[in-house]
Design a protein around this ligand. Structure first.
Ligand SMILES: [Zn+2]
Length: 163
């Protein structure tokens, strides 16, 4: 994806107030981020690891979502699959819950999905990070098709948040 600045990321949040977007933690090392290898940038608040964030580009516009997570969902033994990049991990997938945008979110409505706990979907898809034997299905898809699918899955999730 295209490199983003801190300003652009803060302005891209779809499900928090302007004040929250101003205060939330954005990674400092944006300049060294390997943007070319990313379909989205995901991170956790180092002060509050149950807070996670991700930013991606949809139709040429940056879109960011704030998430709540409780860390790996089922202890460390159960295998589960990330619904964004379809990597299977042992204990490395978390239920991440996004408050819905606008009024719905204020009323407590949220949308949940299972995502790689380290928010590194892009790197698993590209084989730049390993999740262990059997983590990735053998597929005849090209890398381009796989990254496209990741983006489609993520876009569908964000569409639910903003619906
Ligand atoms: Zn993933």
């Amino acid at each position: 994806m295209k490199p983003l600045t801190e300003q652009e990321i803060r302005a891209a949040f779809v499900n928090c107030t302007k004040g929250e977007a101003k205060r939330l933690s954005v990674p400092r090392e944006l300049a060294e981020t390997p943007w070319d290898d990313l379909d989205y940038l995901g991170w956790r608040d180092p002060q509050a690891p149950d807070r996670a964030y991700l930013v991606t580009e949809l139709d040429g516009l940056p879109r960011a979502v704030r998430l709540r997570t409780s860390g790996p969902a089922f202890g460390q033994t159960r295998r589960s699959m990330c619904s964004i990049c379809l990597t299977t991990h042992t204990g490395g997938v978390s239920l991440m819950v996004a408050p819905r945008a606008g009024k719905a979110g204020q009323q407590g409505n949220s949308v949940g999905t299972y995502i790689c706990s380290d928010l590194c979907c892009s790197l698993y898809v590209r084989g730049k990070k390993e999740a262990g034997i059997g983590a990735r299905l053998h597929e005849s898809l090209t890398l381009e098709e796989k990254t496209e699918r990741t983006v489609v899955n993520l876009a569908a999730f964000i569409a639910k948040v903003t619906a």
